[in-house]
Design a protein around this ligand. Structure first.
Ligand code: FES
Length: 573
């Protein structure tokens, strides 16, 4: 440890007075000997374990292993729970609560006598919410990603979480599956602890934190139930104590270069569009400028190196056995910043130089990628003046330039009520426009942008159509889906003014999304537009509605952007 640097926790435990007694004495009921309070780094293990977050159900046990590592390195581990966000269960959408969970994390860290933090994460929002909160305090922090489930196995084949779910309507509509088939597929798809095993948002977030440098090398792809996950957790426990001693705060790792590395890696692994919103919000908390255009500029020409669902075929377990993220980082070395350090104090270049690829059908060499350009494309035009995004690697090539007639749904309720009506005027060239699913509109910007096609077109064998909304899409989803349209319809963006039968032009190569309606006509329509009534007048949701930023700014609450450091004035006794 740097000479003369006093640990933050000593402000609580290092005092030989009434307050020191109070801070130590009640903790003594858990049995720590005297020497736990005499200058050991106190490590907070911030746990998103919850039985209501199935993907994080094993994190209670994994935290015990982290504690062993902390103790071995001379620290004192203290675990605490924070709000956990279970993607498959919470309503109306976990995204409504990401910022609330980040506030819980931030205040829990700052208010307690902690010197370093281990973030235990897994399901989609549990990673960005904890990282955002930790950034606003800026202590030394390491992430332990909970890891993916084992591959789904179903009747001799493999099924991926999420991606498989999107096929259910097709199977339902075509009558291919019985009720027994569905019940059997349910358990076969989720047969071990861990998060979704595709490159969905959880795997994208795990790759993101490794690419940012917030984990030990290779941590993100290890399956949740593999013994090597336990080794990684234990080593992370040891390492955070060293990070406290070396004073490696989040802001030393999370530089502009680290964020650029994360954008490059996300493109190469075919990561989710949700990365844009979460990475932007994290950058906002740590004070690094990052724009929507950066994602296109830095990532869109990066080749796809991973053959993983939804962009490819394999699942996370196969990816780990092929060598995991270090192999990708090594392939990408000429695209990554060497100056950026990671949690172990070294660059990706140093950490990954010996990485070996054990299966080049799953991880490609950069000279022979699965796709030449895989990143996210940022669109602009009168339909999305502040931007919209599309993931070309998950879209249909024949729809990358398209002109079609709008079929407009004013809300998810409207969509559900009308999409399968036999007389709905829609064909495969139509453009499905969904309004009212943005940050304020829904509220919480749910993952509904990849709405199912009408049953009558599915029956005809149509697999994809252009769909446009101000919502998000699950990282496991695919299709020619334009998302994050900003300004959203609920605040009067032009998306709110689209009418049935208007022509819409999509031109991904030229990054354009155009509503073929004159400015004069749009101005006339705007005069008649009536803003939707607020969803509620009380509670957290009211605060969310009053303060949430639009998608291109990361959808954080405007007063949470930035940080307040780790200092706390005052004491309660
Ligand atoms: Fe939790 Fe997919 S539902 S990671």
């Amino acid at each position: 440890m740097e000479k003369n640097r006093k640990l933050r926790s000593q402000d609580w435990f290092g005092k030989q007075d009434k307050m020191g007694f109070v801070h130590r004495s009640w903790l003594r009921n858990q049995g720590p000997p005297n020497d736990m309070f005499t200058g050991r780094p106190i490590i907070g293990i911030c746990n998103t374990w919850s039985e209501l977050t199935p993907c994080n159900g094993h994190l209670r046990e994994l935290a015990e292993i982290v504690k062993k590592g902390v103790l071995e390195a001379g620290g004192y581990p203290l675990e605490f729970p924070v709000m956990s966000l279970g993607e498959t269960i919470m309503r109306p959408t976990t995204m409504l609560f990401r910022n609330l969970a980040s506030m819980d994390v931030e205040e829990s860290i700052r208010a307690n006598p902690l010197d370093g933090i281990v973030l235990m994460t897994g399901c989609d929002k549990t990673t960005p919410s904890t990282v955002m909160g930790a950034c606003s305090v800026d202590l030394p922090t390491i992430v332990v990603p909970g890891g993916p489930m084992l591959n789904g196995k179903f009747r001799g084949g493999e099924i991926g979480s999420g991606s498989f779910t999107w096929m259910i309507k097709e199977n339902e509509t075509s009558g291919k599956w019985s009720e027994e088939d569905f019940l059997e597929a349910e358990i076969c798809g989720s047969r071990s602890a861990g998060h979704c095993n595709t490159m969905g948002t959880a795997s994208t977030m795990a790759s993101m934190v490794e690419a940012l440098g917030l984990t030990l090398p290779g941590a993100s792809a290890i399956p949740a139930v593999d013994a090597r996950k336990k080794v990684m957790a234990r080593l992370s426990g040891r390492r955070i104590v060293e990070m406290v001693n070396e004073d490696i705060k989040l802001s030393k790792i999370l530089t502009r270069e680290a964020f650029e590395n994360a954008i490059v890696v996300n493109a190469a692994v075919g990561g989710s569009t949700n990365l844009i919103i979460h990475l932007t919000a994290i950058a906002g908390r740590i004070g690094v400028p990052l724009s929507l255009e950066d994602f296109d500029k830095i990532g869109s020409n990066i080749p796809l190196l991973l053959n993983l669902q939804p962009s490819g075929k394999a699942l996370m377990e196969d990816y780990y056995y092929a060598g995991g993220l270090p192999v990708i980082l090594n392939e990408l070395k000429n695209h990554l910043h060497e100056k950026a350090i990671t949690a172990n104090g070294h660059s990706h270049h140093f950490n990954a130089k010996k990485a070996k690829n054990y299966n080049n059908e799953i991880i490609a060499q950069i000279e022979e990628p699965f796709q030449k350009a895989a990143g996210i494309a940022v669109l602009k035009g009168n339909l999305c003046e502040n931007g919209a995004v599309i993931k070309p690697s998950a879209a249909s090539q024949h729809l990358m330039t398209h002109r079609g007639k709008a079929v407009v749904f004013s809300s998810m309720e409207d969509y559900k009520a009308r999409i399968d009506l036999p007389d709905l005027d829609i064909d495969e060239n139509s453009v499905i426009v969904l309004q009212g699913v943005g940050p304020k509109g829904f509220p919480g910007m749910p993952e509904v942008g990849n709405v199912d096609l009408p049953a009558k077109l599915i029956k005809k064998g149509i697999k994809d159509m252009v769909r446009i909304s101000d919502g998000r899409m699950s990282g496991t989803a695919y299709g020619t889906v334009i998302l994050h349209v900003s300004p959203e319809s609920a605040i009067g963006g032009n998306l709110a003014l689209v009418k049935e039968g208007d022509y819409i032009e999509l031109d991904v190569p030229n990054r354009k999304l155009h509503l073929d309606v004159s400015d004069q006509e749009l101005a006339e329509r705007r005069k008649l537009w009536v803003p939707p009534a607020p969803h509620t007048n009380r509670g957290y949701v009211k605060m969310f509605l009053d303060h949430v930023e639009q998608a291109e700014k990361g959808m954080d609450l405007n007063f949470l952007v930035g940080g307040s450091g780790s200092e706390v004035k005052g004491d309660s006794h």
